[in-house]
Design a protein around this ligand. Structure first.
Ligand code: PEP
Ligand code: MN
Length: 343
């Protein structure tokens, strides 16, 4: 931590700050110029609350130089983490596409979607069985029977499954049926859920909260990693800003920021990130160009009649076009997109 004393701070104020830092276990290096004194506090204390120092008389500014997260940080692990789901590697050279409807609605819907996304080169089937809807009167998802339909459809087409868990109580029944557990934006700071997911041995797709800073998001990953689960995939899905022409503001700068701060893979969800079907392909292109390790895309055989998020769900031909375009961009940056099935 670096403490910059105000111009004109008195010797006794400086000494009070040094005493407080020493009492808290820091070694202090003092550097006094003709105008100002700067104190360097050495010692790793990720949970130290810098406001203790900020409030002292004569203190101008305080900067933390180490991150409050450890296992999620690039300092802890230098090389990129690659998360394996069967033969799929998330965070490696290839770009992983997870695609499917917002919610599982019927056997016919999920079967058609699985067949289509697999044929286009996606390797993971998405779909909510338990839906976190903003209104209690909206479709809440099919629950476990929906997840069973999705598992069967995924297996028929050689796909893996990602689905959301909203509550610790759902874990026992959901875990045997999914390959990746999704934590939704609204649950990013549900710490009891995160702690439970830290104890499972399946990867977790952690969506960024609607109002979360990147640091808060990485701290949520840290919750699970501190409990033992190192297989965390981050998902940027847009944050709430003052903009109203899109559903959320897709923060693509999160991709290079996360890349610098963390070794964890990051995927981008332009469906929730924009909320509008015709904005999804451009932002998917941009996400891959920015270095995302994958995409989470909503697509539906009949978006007009979808029970949730129809307006942001791609028509099947649009999904095919998205895959074609991102394959070209991936090649331009030395990557590839999951295999197109030949059977
Ligand atoms: C979803 O993926 O369908 C979903 C509900 O996403 P989010 O939690 O990002 O809103
Ligand atoms: Mn959705």
């Amino acid at each position: 931590m670096v403490v910059i004393m105000k111009v004109g701070a008195t010797e006794s104020q400086i000494e009070a700050v040094i005493d407080q830092l020493n009492d808290s276990g820091f070694d202090v290096h003092r550097s006094s110029g003709s105008q100002q004194t700067v104190l360097g506090a050495i010692g790793v204390q990720p949970d130290y609350d810098v406001r203790h120092i900020r409030l002292l008389e004569g203190v101008g500014d305080v900067h933390r130089v180490t991150e409050p997260f450890k296992f999620a940080s690039r300092t802890w692990k230098k090389e990129n983490s690659i998360i394996r789901v069967g033969e799929v590697e998330i965070g490696g050279d290839s770009v992983t596409v997870m695609a499917g409807p917002c919610a599982v609605e019927s056997e016919d819907q999920i079967e058609k979607t699985a067949a289509h996304v697999a044929a286009c080169g996606a390797t993971i089937l998405r779909g909510g069985a338990f839906k976190p809807r903003s209104s209690p009167y909206s479709f809440q998802g099919m629950g476990l029977p929906g997840l069973e339909l999705m598992r069967a459809a995924a297996d028929r087409h050689g796909l893996h499954v990602v689905t959301e868990v909203m509550d610790v109580a759902q874990l026992d029944s959901v875990l045997p049926l999914t390959d990746i557990v999704q934590v939704g934006a609204r649950n990013m700071q549900n710490y009891s859920l995160l702690k439970s997911l830290g104890k499972i041995n399946k990867p977790v797709l952690l969506k960024r909260g609607l109002m979360a800073t990147i640091q808060e998001w990485l701290m949520s990953a840290e919750y699970m990693m501190a409990e033992g689960n190192q297989d965390i995939i981050l998902c940027e899905r847009g944050i709430r800003t003052f903009e109203t022409y899109t559903r959320n503001t897709l923060d693509l700068s999160a991709v290079p920021v996360v890349r610098e701060k963390s070794h964890l893979p990051i995927v981008v969800d332009p469906s929730h990130g924009t909320g509008i079907r015709n904005k999804v392909i451009p932002m998917a292109r941009a996400a891959i160009a920015a270095g995302a390790d994958g995409l989470l895309i909503e697509t539906h055989p009949d978006p007009e009649h979808a029970k949730s998020d129809g307006p942001q769900s791609l028509y099947f031909d649009q999904f095919e076009e998205l895959m074609r375009q991102i394959s070209l961009i991936a090649v331009a940056i030395g990557r590839s997109v999951g295999q197109v099935q030949t059977t």
